[in-house]
Design a protein around this ligand. Structure first.
Ligand code: NAD
Length: 320
């Protein structure tokens, strides 16, 4: 699912390489999500390069192996969209871009927090209609708030560090505590963290054990009026349970960069338009909800690093 901007950054990375040493890499771009109906496009390729919205399911991996593909190169960190077990069985190498700009995602998470906190999204829409009135826009000062970071990997630590700079008290939950978080805040169990936090920001990967980590039970433990932010993966939230607590106003605000079934249910792969989906559409009816289309990573710097790292992965694969 290569977009014109991917082509721009990959072509530039390839050109930068070929000026130092000639490259025998040929890149072919397809602006279609990889799936069972498009896997034939991989015919003749030694490697395919995919993104989060490509469904690299077990049958797709089987089909790739039959087409002679030897490597699956992810242009992202998360690999929950790849049937890793089948790739291993069929001897396909899978490589990701483990870190391309944790700051890009962290800064976006904080921007979402501030947007919800200060109702900037609503103010902007009103001003476009000539309405400069402040009623309904009363915000909350971030300084002094308690923030809970779920997952203190590269992005979670970067987010915590920025929020500490705003004067927040930063708590975190992670089954594998990180020394990098030591100067940012303190660890708590999830049950201890949730009732204390004014803002909860999700930064753990989507796995079997984190799917719906935010559900009816954990939402009930959150502080009334708290804000929830998800820039990680949509299925960390049970979206239907979230809608219920938005209705009761137990949840004070929600900012999503990612949402459940992203890429498979909501997008028309050909036009790129959002297909009407009940759950997503219901979310967008709330004034205190922002939904973005997975753009937290989307900076010049991150796209450059994604292209460079993917080519490094490809070169390493070619050498083996
Ligand atoms: P990372 O691997 O550095 O950190 C993930 C952390 O989550 C680890 O410390 C891990 O121990 C922790 N974790 C695992 N299970 C947990 C659980 N049950 N509870 C709490 N923590 C748990 O990953 P990262 O680079 O910081 O990225 C985090 C996530 O952000 C990725 O998995 C990806 O889904 C998402 N992401 C989103 C975008 C975007 O554009 N929106 C871009 C990049 C990454």
């Amino acid at each position: 699912s290569a977009k014109p901007y991917d082509k721009r950054f990959f072509d530039a990375a390839l050109e930068a390489r070929s000026s130092s040493s000639p490259s025998n890499i040929e890149l072919v771009y397809h602006d279609f999500a990889l799936g069972e109906d498009t896997v034939f496009l991989a015919q003749g390729a030694e490697a395919v390069c995919v993104f989060v919205n490509d469904a690299v399911s077990a049958p797709v991996v089987e089909a790739l192996a039959r087409e002679g593909v030897k490597a699956i190169l992810l242009r992202c960190a998360g690999f929950n969209n790849v049937a890793l077990d089948v790739a291993e069985q069929r001897g396909l190498l899978v490589a990701n871009v483990p870190s391309y700009s944790p700051e890009a995602v962290a800064e976006f998470a904080v921007a979402l927090i501030q947007t919800i906190n200060r109702n900037t999204h609503r103010a902007y829409n009103r001003v476009r209609e000539g309405n400069f009135a402040l009623d309904g826009l009363l915000g909350r000062t971030l300084h002094g708030k308690t923030v809970g970071i779920i997952g203190t990997g590269k992005i979670g630590v970067a987010t915590g560090r920025i929020l500490k700079g705003f004067g927040c008290r930063v708590l975190a939950h992670d089954p594998y505590p990180s020394p990098a978080f030591a100067d940012v805040g303190e660890y708590r169990t999830l049950d201890e963290l949730l009732p204390q936090c004014d803002i909860v920001s999700l930064h753990c990967p989507l796995t079997g054990s984190t799917r719906h980590i935010i559900n009816e039970t954990t939402l009930a433990k959150m502080k009334p009026g708290a804000i929830l932010v998800n820039t990680s993966r949509g299925a960390l939230l049970d979206t239907r349970a979230v809608i219920k607590v938005l209705k009761t106003k137990h949840l004070g605000g929600l900012a999503l960069d990612v949402y459940e079934a992203e890429g498979s249910l909501f997008y028309d792969d050909h036009s790129g338009e959002i297909i009407q989906d009940d759950v997503l559409m219901r979310l967008t009816t709330f004034h205190n909800v922002i939904v973005c289309g997975h753009q937290a990573f989307f900076t010049e710097e991150a796209l450059k690093e994604i292209a460079d790292c993917t080519l490094r992965n490809l070169e390493q694969f070619a050498e083996t």
